[in-house]
Design a protein around this ligand. Structure first.
Ligand SMILES: Cc1ncc(COP(=O)(O)O)c(C=O)c1O
Length: 395
C-alpha cells in the first residue's frame, strides 16, 4: 500500500517539534518605524532586512500610490505576454546603470531570479561550484538545472579551486553570496574572481544583502571589491531588502540578458511584478543613492553594537555588515534566548537548522538605519541578560 503523503508530512512535523525546530508563523499587526506589534506586544524589531529604513519612506509610498492610480494593481501577465510595462523597463535601466552593467532583467522574487539564471546557464552534467553557506535558492537552482553541485568550505578559495579541479573540462559556474545571509560576512570576491578567470569559470554573485549597503552609492559588495562586469558577469540582487520593496534582478551584458529572456523559466512563466512596485523601487534607488547618511548611520550603529557587545562579553561573528549574529549552538537554547529577549520588548527570532548547520543555531540580529543608539543599548542589555540566563540553563 502507498504511504499517505499528508500523514507523512505530519510525521516530519512532529519530528521537528521533538527537536525544538518547529517554525511558527506570527502575524504582525502594525509596523511603526523600528517597532512592530506582534500578538498585541510592541517590540523593537531587529529582524528586518530593511537596512536603510526605506520600506515606509514617504517618497516610496507616494510613488506607489501615484503609479497604482495610473496602472492599477496587477501586471496581469508575464513580461513576454504584455505584462512588461514602462515602469519595469525604466527600473531595469536604472538598476543596470547603478550596478555598472549593460542591462538588467527583473524577476518577481530573488528565489526565482536565482532559479532562472542558474537553470538558463547550466545544463545536465555541467558543474556548479558553490559556497557551503550559500542561500537555499542557489542550492535548489543547481539541482533544478541538473548540474553537478559541488560545495566548497565557507569562504575558502583553495577549497573552491579543488572542486573546480575535480571537473577540469566541464562547463562551470561558481556562485557565491556577496554577503552571507545568516553570518553577515563578505565573500572573498577578488580572490574568487581571480580563480574563475584562471579556470575559465563564470562567476555569479548573489548580492541580496550587499546592494544598497556596501560599495560606492550602495552599488553593492562587487563594487566594494572593485570588481566589474568582466570579473563578475552574472550579478543578482533583490529589491526587498535594503531597497524596502520586493522583487529581484539579474544584471549583466546584453548577451546574458537576451539569453535569460529566452531561457529563464521563472521570467517566462510568472506574472510580472506589479508595475507600481517597480515605480516605488525606482524611487527607492534614488533615495538609497542620494541619502548616503543612511549608510553612514548604519555603519555607526554597527560599530556601536560591536563595541557594546565586547564590553558586555557577548561574542559576535566577524561581520562588518548589518547582519550581526550571536551564535548560541543548541536550537532549544537559541529559542529560549529569543523568548527572553521578547519578554524585554525585543524581537530577534532564533535561526535554527536546516537554515543554518546543525549545532549552529543563533540569534540573527539585524541592524537598520531606522534604529537609534538608545535602541542598540536596550538590545545589548537585553542580550547580555538573555545569554546569561540561557548559559545558566545549560549548566
Ligand atoms: C542571499 C539571498 N538570496 C536570495 C534571497 C531570496 O530573495 P527573495 O526574498 O526576494 O525571494 C534571499 C532572501 O530572501 C537571500 O538572503
Amino acid at each position: 500500500m502507498r504511504p499517505d503523503l499528508i500523514r507523512r508530512l505530519a510525521h516530519a512535523q512532529n519530528e521537528r517539534a521533538r527537536q525544538s525546530l518547529l517554525r511558527r508563523l506570527r502575524t504582525v499587526t502594525q509596523v511603526d518605524g523600528a517597532h512592530i506589534v506582534v500578538d498585541g506586544k510592541r517590540l523593537l524589531n531587529f529582524a528586518s532586512n530593511d537596512y536603510l529604513g526605506l520600506a515606509q519612506h514617504p517618497a516610496l509610498v507616494e510613488q506607489l500610490r501615484v503609479a497604482a492610480a495610473q496602472w492599477g494593481v496587477g501586471a496581469g501577465a508575464a513580461h513576454l505576454l504584455g505584462g512588461h510595462r514602462a515602469e519595469h523597463a525604466a527600473l531595469e535601466e536604472k538598476l543596470a546603470r547603478w550596478t555598472g552593467r549593460e542591462r538588467a532583467l527583473l524577476f518577481p522574487t530573488g528565489y526565482m531570479a536565482n532559479l532562472g539564471a542558474v537553470q538558463a546557464l547550466l545544463s545536465d552534467g555541467d558543474v556548479c561550484v558553490q559556497d557551503k553557506l550559500n542561500h537555499a535558492s542557489l542550492l535548489d537552482a543547481a539541482r533544478i538545472a541538473g548540474a553537478e553541485l559541488k560545495r566548497y568550505l565557507h569562504a575558502d578559495v583553495a577549497s573552491a579551486r579543488r572542486q573546480l579541479d575535480s571537473r577540469a573540462d566541464a562547463p562551470a559556474l561558481l556562485v557565491t553570496d556577496g554577503v552571507f545571509s545568516m553570518d553577515g560576512d563578505v565573500a572573498p570576491l577578488a580572490e574568487l574572481a581571480a580563480l574563475c578567470t584562471k579556470q575559465q569559470t563564470t562567476l555569479m554573485v548573489d548580492d541580496a544583502h550587499g546592494l544598497g549597503v556596501l560599495g560606492r552609492d550602495g552599488a553593492g559588495s562587487v563594487d566594494a571589491a572593485a570588481l566589474g562586469p568582466e570579473q563578475v558577469p552574472v550579478l543578482m540582487a533583490t529589491l526587498g531588502k535594503a531597497l524596502g520593496v520586493s522583487g529581484a534582478f539579474i544584471a549583466g551584458d546584453a548577451a546574458l540578458i537576451d539569453g535569460l529572456v529566452q531561457f529563464a523559466r521563472p521570467h517566462i512563466y510568472s506574472t510580472a511584478q506589479p508595475p507600481a512596485l517597480a515605480a516605488a523601487t525606482s524611487a527607492a534607488i534614488d533615495v538609497a543613492r542620494l541619502e548616503a547618511w543612511r549608510r553612514e548611520k548604519l555603519q555607526r550603529l554597527i560599530a556601536h553594537f560591536r563595541r557594546g557587545a565586547i564590553e558586555r562579553g557577548i561574542e559576535l561573528l566577524a561581520s562588518r555588515t548589518p547582519i550581526q549574529p550571536v551564535l548560541i549552538g543548541a536550537s532549544k537554547l537559541a529559542q529560549a534566548a529569543s523568548q527572553a529577549l521578547e519578554a524585554r520588548g525585543i524581537f530577534v527570532p532564533a535561526i535554527r537548522p536546516p537554515t543554518v548547520p546543525q549545532g549552529k543555531a543563533r540569534l540573527r540580529v539585524v541592524l537598520s538605519a531606522r534604529h537609534e543608539e538608545s535602541g542598540i543599548e536596550q538590545l545589548l542589555d537585553a542580550l547580555a541578560d538573555a545569554l546569561g540566563s540561557v548559559r545558566l540553563t545549560e549548566h
